[in-house]
Ligand binder design. Structure first.
Ligand code: G3I
Ligand code: 9MR
Length: 577
């Protein structure tokens, strides 16, 4: 940069003809340099368990072989051939693949190909994702509302408490006879949703589902995973401790008078880029909605089942969750179409679409309540599709199918049909994986706000399929989706803060950008590339898989969010071997 500035200054001072020829020469040199730019090999920047499939993406070089080099000895440890080049339209790139799944020796390596820039170093080892898994859960601790983060738990990220939320107002949109506008209530704890400081029930829904399933599918490894949080050592697994922080908040969002659940707890506007403890803007509970109430019912019903083994230490919560779930369902039956409408004086996240349908929320809640109670009144609302849909905050039907695969209150036919729908989707994802030059099940429709969570939620679909019908193809596609977010993608980023050689630094996260510490808080997943340009950040491209800017300005590609971190937690737990 500095050199080109000097060259430019020199050109301005020279005579006209000299100027023209110098300029031409300079331009030719730049173009030549550009076309000889050596592109980098991309792979999972953390590494792989020994038995995992291991795939790297290599630029379209002449070479037809690759080498795995031990970074300590400099010796070639493995050598094999590259695949033929293929084009990926979503990245506008032609690439080859290096598959070294057969190489299993533990160590630290890099991947070399003649004429390409070597990969970042990576590790092959048992338990290779353990630290990342712990950090991905600890990120929730770092996003606790109303908590003082002490240095013995938070290290350099210690901070004073903000948002106690013990004095929250009932917004006009939520007012009724029992709780008129301005009524003061207490709704403390919970996690900040994302880079903002608000707390949204709908988004807590899928987040809690995913974390509860992580616990129930990987109980053994999670019961021994210490997170060094304030509750550590209280005989509950730390993941349970962390989930209770949010479940306690969720409980307080249910109106005790009628069982309805407020859509969100929020300030009127998004806060400035400032630390939580200096925030003083009033907070409101806003409008009860059918979506929030049904998502709440689902979470409470599931939590009652998953946390039952710990009920002795949970002070009556399990019983409360059951009652709360049933009351919420009743409210929803009385208010089946109370769509969330953003009030005119509220400008924070909506977690609702104008053309929203509530069928998926009904489906999920019906499944969870049927599994909990075995009662036909819930069973009759369950509709099993031929093929499931990849889940997300706004599409939760598949969460019900997942739960039916785990337990179906003795209804074998329901379980069989739910399994068939999920397997059909998993088979489609394997096809997408095989059809993509990067060998990753990402399609155009996945490049929406939070695309990285689309990748990881697809991974969870494959995990469910593989649990019930173990299949190498499912596992390879699943590993590839984790690889994708951890580095094997066209941006070259490992999208998890603090992990990999090129992690995001400028995440749209108010705490990380205002705590005066250069590093962002570790363990967070950035939203990921997508071509929507919904903020005023400067983008140089609209290529779907490349539209990503590692800067605060890019909240549409570089924010973090609890519903994006949760599938990261699930996938790291599932693939850590
Ligand atoms: O679903 C449609 C899809 O059918 C269509 O093809 C595509 C084309 O653009 O759009 C899709 O909808 C997008 C949707 O995200 C997908 O989930 C919308 O355009 C997009 O605006 C919407 O973004 C949401 C964003 O808030 C803005 O409302 C994100 O899902 C949601 O994760 C995000 O959530 C925010 C909260 O509001 C506030 N807290 C932070 C959080 C994370 O950024
Ligand atoms: O910080 C906000 C982020 O959490 C939201 O996801 C995003 C979209 O709703 O909005 C961000 O806030 C921006 C606001 O919408 C517009 N002015 C700039 C704010 C960020 O600096």
């Amino acid at each position: 940069m500095e050199n080109s500035k000097k060259t430019a200054r020199f050109i301005v001072q020279a005579s006209h003809s000299t100027r023209v020829s110098l300029l031409m020469g300079w331009l030719i040199m730049c173009v030549t340099l550009e076309s000889y730019a050596v592109e980098k090999i991309q792979l999972n920047q953390i590494g792989f368990p020994p038995e995992a499939s291991k795939i790297a993406v290599v630029p379209n070089v002449q070479a037809s072989t690759f080498r795995i080099v031990d970074t300590h000895t400099g010796k070639v440890a493995f050598e094999s051939t590259l695949t033929d080049a293929r084009y990926w339209d979503l990245a506008e790139e032609t690439v080859k693949l290096a598959d070294f799944s057969g190489f299993q020796a533990p160590g630290t390596y890099r991947l070399d190909v003649t004429d390409a820039e070597s990969s970042y170093p990576f590790v092959i080892a048992d338990n290779v994702y353990r630290d990342a898994l712990a950090a991905s859960i600890k990120a929730f601790y770092f996003n606790r509302a109303g908590a003082t983060l002490e240095s013995r738990h938070a290290g350099k990220f210690a901070r004073p408490a903000g948002h106690p939320d013990v004095l929250v107002y009932v917004h006009a949109s939520a007012a009724d006879e029992q709780r008129p506008e301005g009524t003061v209530l207490s709704s403390p704890k919970g996690w900040y949703d994302a880079g903002d400081f608000n707390k949204y029930i709908v988004n807590s829904g899928i987040t809690m589902f995913t974390l509860l399933k992580t616990l129930s599918h990987h109980t053994e490894s999670l019961e021994t995973l210490g997170l060094n949080i304030p509750e550590s050592g209280n005989r509950l697994p730390d993941l349970v401790n962390e989930m209770l922080w949010n479940l306690d908040w969720m409980e307080s969002m249910q109106d005790p008078h009628d069982g309805g659940v407020y859509h969100k707890l929020t300030t009127k506007h998004f806060a400035k880029k400032e630390m939580p403890h200096i925030q003083t803007a009033p907070r409101y509970v806003v409008q009860k909605s059918t979506a929030a109430t049904l998502d709440f019912a689902s979470v409470m019903a599931l939590a009652a089942r998953v946390l039952r083994p710990y009920s002795k230490q949970l002070d009556g919560r399990v019983l409360r969750y059951q009652k709360a779930a049933k009351r919420a369902w009743k409210w929803a039956r009385k208010h089946p179409k109370q769509f969330y409408q953003q009030p005119e004086d509220i400008f924070t996240g909506k977690y609702a679409f104008p053309d929203e349908t509530l069928e998926d929320e009904w489906q999920w809640a019906a499944c969870e309540l049927f599994i909990l109670t075995g009662q036909p009144q819930y069973r009759k609302h369950i509709v099993i599709p031929d093929i499931a849909q990849v889940p997300g905050w706004s599409k939760v039907a598949t969460l019900g199918l997942f739960s039916l695969m785990d337990a179906s209150a003795g209804d074998v036919s329901l379980r069989r049909r739910a399994t068939r729908a999920v397997l059909a989707l998993a088979d489609q994802l394997v096809k997408e994986h095989n059809n993509t030059a990067y060998a990753v099940a990402m399609t155009r429709g996945d490049y929406i706000w939070g695309s990285n969570s689309e990748a990881l939620n697809k991974g969870i679909v494959l995990a469910y399929a593989n649990r019930i019908q173990p299949n190498h193809g499912y596992l390879v596609a699943m590993q590839s989706l984790l690889d994708y977010v951890l580095g094997r993608n066209p941006t070259g980023y490992s999208f998890m803060t603090g992990f990999g050689s090129k992690p995001p630094m400028g995440i749209h996260h108010r705490v990380s950008q205002s705590d005066g510490i250069a590093d962002p808080i570790p363990g967070f997943l950035a939203g990921g590339p997508q071509p929507g340009w919904q903020d005023s950040c400067k983008y140089s491209t609209r290529i779907p898989a490349k539209t990503y800017v590692d800067d605060w300005c890019s909240y549409s590609t570089n924010e973090v969010a609890i519903n994006w971190n949760a599938p990261l937690v699930y996938m790291l737990a599932a693939l850590n071997r």
